[in-house]
Design a protein around this ligand. Structure first.
Ligand SMILES: NC(=O)c1ccc[n+]([C@@H]2O[C@H](COP(=O)([O-])OP(=O)(O)OC[C@H]3O[C@@H](n4cnc5c(N)ncnc54)[C@H](O)[C@@H]3O)[C@@H](O)[C@H]2O)c1
Length: 267
C-alpha cells in the first residue's frame, strides 16, 4: 500500500484545472504531497483552485493560462513546466467542452472544430508535448509516468446522448487514443488510462441537480444507484490510478457512472 504522502516529489499536470473535476483532482493530489501544474483558459478559476489547494497543503503550484487546442501554447506550457519542475509524473487530460446540444448532422463546422479541438486535439497536443520527458523519468521506476484522460460514458454509450453527437464522438476518439497511447508508451513504462464519468454535478451542468434530473428523465433513464455523481468520486478514482496499486493497469477505460450505462443498455 502507498503511504499517506505517496505523491511527494511528483508533479501532476492537470488541464482544465480551474473548475469541476480538475479542481477536485488538484486538491486531492496535493493532499498526497504532489506539486502541481494547473492549466486552464480561465485564470480566475485557476487562482481559485490554487487558493483552495493552499488552504490545507503547501504544494508548489504553477498556474498556466493556455488553450490546449493550440499546439504552440501547449509547447510553451511544457517549456514553462520544465523551467520550474524536473518531472511530470501525472498528466491528466481533463479540459473538455460539450459544445451545446445539436444532432450531429446539424452541428455547424465551427462547433465540431471547437469540440474536437479541445476534447481530442487538446489531449494529443498535451501528450505530444510531455511524453518524451516522461519517458526519461527512470527515478520513478517501475512506472515512469501516468497519463489519465477524462473521457465520458457518452463516448461508449452514444444512444443516450442524441443531442450530444459531436461530444460523444470526441470522447470516443479520446478512449481510442487511450488504448493507442498505452500501446505506444507501454515499453517506456508509462501507463495510459481513461476515466469515463456518467452524470456528475459540476459547472458543465451549471452545478444544477435539477438540470441533470431533467436530462435523465428526458431519456427515461433511472440510475441503478440513484444518486447524481460528486466530483470528488472522480478525483478519488484518478488518485487510485495514480497509486502503485494501479501500476499494472493500462489501456483501460474505467467507467464511473452509478450504473448509468447498464440502465441505458436495458432500453
Ligand atoms: N460533469 C460531468 O458530468 C462529466 C461527465 C463526463 C465527462 N466529463 C468530462 O470531464 C471533464 C471536466 O469537466 P467538468 O465537468 O469538470 O467541467 P467544467 O466545465 O467544470 O471544467 C472544464 C474546464 O476546462 C476548461 N477548458 C475549456 N476549454 C479549455 C481549453 N481549450 N484549454 C484549457 N482549458 C479549457 C474550462 O475553462 C473549465 O475550467 C471534461 O472533459 C468533461 O467532458 C464531465
Amino acid at each position: 500500500m502507498d503511504n499517506e504522502r505517496f505523491l511527494e516529489g511528483k508533479v501532476a499536470l492537470i488541464t482544465g484545472a480551474g473548475s469541476g473535476f480538475g479542481q477536485k483532482m488538484a486538491i486531492t493530489f496535493a493532499s498526497k504531497g504532489a506539486d502541481l501544474v494547473l492549466n486552464d483558459v480561465n485564470m480566475e478559476g485557476l487562482e481559485e483552485t490554487r487558493d483552495l489547494v493552499l488552504k490545507s497543503n503547501n504544494s508548489k503550484i504553477l498556474l498556466i493560462k493556455a488553450d490546449v487546442s493550440d499546439s504552440k501554447q501547449v509547447d510553451d506550457m511544457a517549456r514553462q513546466t520544465f523551467d520550474t519542475f524536473d518531472n511530470v509524473f501525472l498528466l491528466v487530460n481533463n479540459a473538455g467542452i460539450d459544445g451545446g446540444l445539436y444532432t450531429a448532422l446539424k452541428a455547424k463546422e465551427e462547433v465540431y472544430d471547437k469540440v474536437f479541438g479541445v476534447n481530442v486535439k487538446g489531449p494529443l497536443n498535451v501528450t505530444k508535448a510531455f511524453f518524451r520527458r516522461m519517458k526519461r523519468q527512470k527515478q520513478f521506476e517501475p512506472v515512469r509516468g501516468k497519463i489519465i484522460n477524462i473521457a465520458s460514458t457518452a463516448g461508449t454509450q452514444n444512444g443516450h446522448n442524441p443531442m450530444l453527437g459531436i461530444y460523444s464522438a470526441s470522447k470516443a476518439a479520446l478512449i481510442a487514443f487511450t488504448r493507442i497511447w498505452a500501446l505506444e508508451l507501454g515499453s517506456s513504462n508509462i501507463t495510459v488510462n481513461s476515466i469515463s464519468p456518467g452524470v456528475f454535478l459540476t459547472p458543465i451542468y451549471n452545478n444544477d441537480p435539477k438540470l441533470i434530473r431533467q436530462f435523465l428523465d428526458s431519456r427515461n433513464v433511472k440510475l441503478p444507484i440513484d444518486k447524481i455523481g460528486e466530483a470528488q468520486w472522480v478525483a478519488d478514482l484518478a488518485l487510485f490510478l495514480a497509486s502503485s496499486t494501479a501500476d499494472y493497469i493500462t489501456g483501460q477505460n474505467l467507467i464511473i457512472d452509478g450504473g448509468l450505462t447498464l440502465s441505458v443498455n436495458k432500453l
